[in-house]
Design a binder for this molecule. Structure first.
Ligand code: COS
Length: 407
């Protein structure tokens, strides 16, 4: 039977992806359900993390070290196939998977041996919940404007002061990847207020003294989200991720990787909406015919199907390119294109599905009603659509300058 997600027979994929996709689909069919209303989101997320860990899926976000102790690179196509599958079945399961990936991704990509040993096994099993804390009330799209400060103390440890907001998994995470300014005080006097230099990344345990969950944030599609306050928060020297000053690059490189997977999640949500709509239009009768027989419906279905296919091709092109070890310019640009297009088009596809359902489409308890709420955040988080356009334009101009051609 064909899978409900992107066909793994496409030339972007390798043999192991062709085995992974049906295995994930079979598992998800049995274990996950799109739940329009979730009673206790925190408890559901914890349970889903353990479930995804026990089944081995989280290992794809946290590749185990090989015999030489080296961690293999993240497999972008596998992560995308899994997110597309999980999003189709349960947007909360996709969220949990993605957060383990984004939080642990920074450690997998930039952590030292001790940091990997301390955190990654727990993330892979779902026992430890991860989070990524970059945005601040005054620094969302403009991440380089962040103001959270890390000061090095005499004993080499760090003290964090400031706040972070819209932190997914905030309030339930066991650790946070936190980005803060670490320039020395005297440099800071002259430093510009916005600079990507002098930002460093830290792994901050949730129980660190001086870290408080100041507020839980309620959203359109409920998931754990919080504002955090750091007040003389004590962080040992061993928790610095990478080198001092490397934080912005760590944030951007981690986002490059996971932005592709946001596109895959959007694709899964769009495919689910199209699936529901296709079923519905064959059953629903009006004006003496099935909705599917009306040309006005067919035009909608054609647009939905074309948008989904185009989004799939951009998404897996970006993932394939990354797995091939494409240059930063290539991977940054194609990841941004995939996220922009797949999330914007998924919004349109889901809206069209709601429209085809008519009154039922906006009724609580309907799958398309939940999808309509679920998709909205994806056009905003991990780089809003406007940020993706900035990135695409910048990389395209640069490539044209370098080579004289449109890349
Ligand atoms: N990979 C590796 N390094 C990167 C990078 C990437 N994708 N993008 C930028 N960098 C590096 C640059 O090479 C540069 O280093 P040097 O100063 O050594 O040359 C440095 O980071 C600064 O880059 P840049 O000048 O591009 O920074 P900008 O502030 O102009 O970046 C955007 C602007 C909008 C692209 C950036 O702020 C961004 O992505 N914002 C969105 C943030 C976000 O996604 N927030 C959501 C948080 S998670 S839910």
């Amino acid at each position: 039977m064909p899978l409900p997600i992107t066909d793994p027979a496409l030339p972007f994929f390798a043999d192991h992806h062709r085995e992974l996709a049906p295995a994930a689909a079979a598992w998800a069919t049995v274990h996950l359900a799109q739940q329009p209303q979730i009673e206790d989101v925190d408890a559901s997320c914890r349970a889903l993390a353990r479930q995804l860990g026990a089944a081995g899926w989280l290992q794809w976000c946290v590749p185990p070290a090989n015999e030489e102790g080296k961690t293999p690179p993240l497999d972008a196509r596998a992560i995308c196939l899994l997110r597309e599958t999980f999003a189709w079945h349960s947007s909360l399961a996709d969220f949990v998977f993605a957060m383990q990936g984004l939080g642990a991704g920074a450690i997998s990509l930039f952590g030292d041996a001790a940091q990997r040993a301390r955190y990654l096994l727990g993330v892979a099993s779902g026992e430890l919940l991860a989070a990524f804390a970059l945005s601040e009330p005054g620094a969302g799209s403009d991440a380089a404007a962040l103001a959270c400060r890390a000061t090095r103390l005499a004993d080499g440890s760090w003290q964090l002061d400031g706040e972070k907001t819209w932190v997914s998994n905030g309030g339930i995470a066991d650790f946070y990847i936190v980005f803060a300014r670490t320039e020395e005080e005297e440099e800071e006097e002259e430093a510009p207020e916005r600079s990507s230099a002098g930002i460093s990344a830290f792994i901050v345990d949730a129980d660190s003294p001086g870290l408080a969950v100041a507020e839980r944030i309620l959203t359109l599609s409920p998931h754990p989200l919080a504002r955090l306050e750091f007040s003389a928060c004590q962080v040992p020297a061993s928790q610095l991720l990478g080198s001092p000053g490397e934080g912005f690059r760590i944030a951007m490189a981690t986002l490059d990787m996971f932005r592709i997977s946001v596109a895959a999640a959007a694709l899964g949500l769009a495919r689910r909406a199209a699936h529901e709509a296709l079923r519905h239009v064959q059953e629903r009768r009006m004006f003496g015919q099935r909705l599917a027989d009306m040309q006005i419906t067919q035009a909608k279905l054609a647009d939905m199907a074309t948008a989904i296919d185009a989004a799939a091709l951009l998404t897996y092109r970006a993932a394939w390119q990354r797995d091939q070890g494409g240059t930063k310019m290539q991977t940054t640009r194609t990841a941004a294109m995939a996220k922009l297009f797949a999330t914007e088009e998924a919004q349109r596809v889901i809206d069209a599905a709601v429209q085809l359902f008519g009154g039922r489409g906006i009724t609580q308890g309907e799958v398309v009603e939940a999808l309509y709420r679920d998709i909205r955040a994806l056009r905003i988080y991990e780089g809003a659509s406007e940020v993706q356009k900035l990135v695409i334009a910048r990389e395209t101009l640069q490539a044209f300058k370098d080579s004289g051609n449109l890349p």
